[in-house]
Design a protein around this ligand. Sequence first.
Ligand SMILES: [Zn+2]
Length: 80
Amino acid sequence: MTVLSCPEARSMVSDYIDGDLPPALARSLEEHLQSCPWCPPLYASLVETLADLKAHDDAAGVERLVARVLDAIARPSDGP
Ligand SMILES: [Zn+2]
């Protein structure tokens, strides 16, 4: 099994949400989300907000949010 670092896992999150991630990588990402203390809250808030925007059919809002959130979560959460 591949062990992902946080930056690796975070770089895959958008593809994972879109269903574009190969099954083996999706599995590794799920394993990371289960064992990592930092990524799951970020992932959960992204999924939640995306679902909300999609429910309102706000495609432009979804794109803006994805860009903003991915930029935010790509930064280390445990350092300056
Ligand atoms: Zn992580």
